[in-house]
Design a protein around this ligand. Structure first.
Ligand code: NAP
Length: 321
């Protein structure tokens, strides 16, 4: 009898069709995320699932689905999954690292450029028919060229964002859990303690995973340390930042702007955030290029298939300590 697998949402490409040759595939029929009740029901009897970062796979879910052998998350982050509960049940968890690195780095740069040069505000102004001709003080922004970029979390995506800074002759500084001497040399990047980086950088881009150690990494105190007039870019995970404190710092003019792809209580925005002109707010589209999403879906399917056919998956998430 073929094993049953759940794909929690239709994904780009023909991954689901491929899975059908080996498994009985249960596919979310809606063009929306499954509700918690639907998720629980549809995963019943499944040996594997391809999940999204918006699916909360907590202890209750994992313990309610004893047939599960693999959770193949279609994302590099896996903060939506209770790894301890999965490990206790012998469930293999996999992710999709690498294939989305450059695409997400591009988006971080889209935010840096949009913020510095006030692209979104200017676009809105022009569409509203308010453009009355060139003016010497119209939408004055800030140069990106020559400024200091601070990367927090110099992993795959952080390093890809840093590499792009060379084209803008930026000074590079970084903070990460461990120092990276080879990358420091290759990128010309200087290591800083986090508090020092915040005080020095003109643009700060966050690239750590979300885990208990990074939740509110930028809390109220750290936000107060940021250089006046600097910009925050977050394409990692929303809960890294105390969004309430961020809104206050933006509203007071202490920070010049924020470019966010992710939110503390996604998809909700903190009250006041959407009304601030000095923000660029994106709906979590860091990896959203067609090419990358197809690759992610394929990778998740390969991971799932490997586990259910008795092989080692290419991208297992490390077991929790
Ligand atoms: P990665 O290669 O694992 O890099 C993460 C980096 O963060 C590592 O260098 C790690 O340091 C560092 N780090 C971990 N904990 C830290 C801490 N407490 N303080 C400082 N640095 C810390 O991961 P990645 O592939 O670049 O992805 C990063 C994150 O981006 C993912 O976890 C995901 O949440 C997010 N993401 C978002 C989108 C989106 O759609 N917006 C898309 C893709 C990824 P070490 O090297 O020393 O371990």
């Amino acid at each position: 009898m073929r094993e049953k697998v759940l794909v929690t949402r239709k994904l780009p490409g023909s991954m689901a069709e491929g899975l059908r040759s080996s498994f009985e595939v249960v596919l979310n029929p809606h063009d929306r995320n499954l509700t918690r009740g639907e998720l629980f029901r549809m995963a019943e009897g499944c040996a594997g699932m391809i999940s999204l970062l918006s699916d909360t796979l907590d202890r209750e879910f994992i313990e309610s689905h004893p047939r599960l052998k693999v959770i193949a998350n279609c994302a590099v982050g896996y903060n939506n999954i209770d790894l301890h509960a999965a490990a206790e049940r012998g469930i293999v968890v996999t992710n999709t690292p690498g294939v989305l690195t450059e695409t997400t780095a591009d988006l971080a740069w889209a935010l840096i450029l949009a913020l510095g040069r006030r692209v979104v505000e200017s676009d809105r102004y022009t569409r509203e028919g308010r453009f009355g001709g060139w003016a010497p003080e119209l939408f004055l922004g800030t140069d990106i060229y020559g400024k200091t970029l601070g990367i927090v979390g110099l992993g795959r995506i952080g390093a890809a964002v840093a590499r792009r800074a060379a084209g803008f002759s930026m000074k590079l500084i970084y903070h990460s859990r461990s120092r990276k001497p080879e990358l420091e040399k290759a990128l010309g990047a200087g290591y800083r303690e986090l508090d020092s980086l915040l005080a020095e950088a003109d643009f700060i881009s966050l690239h750590t995973p979300l885990d208990p150690g990074t939740r509110h990494l930028l809390d109220r105190r750290r936000i107060s340390l940021m250089k006046p007039g600097s910009f925050l870019i977050n394409t990692s995970r929303g809960p890294l930042v105390d969004e309430g404190a961020l809104v206050e710092a933006l509203a007071s003019g202490k920070l010049a702007g924020a470019g966010l792809d992710v939110y503390e209580n996604e998809p909700e925005l903190h009250p006041g955030l959407a009304g601030l002109p000095n923000t660029v707010l994106l709906p979590h589209i860091g990896s959203a290029s067609t090419e990358t999403r197809v690759k992610m879906a394929r990778m998740a399917a390969e991971n799932l298939t490997a586990v259910l056919t008795g092989r080692t998956p290419p991208n297992p998430v490390p077991l929790p300590e």
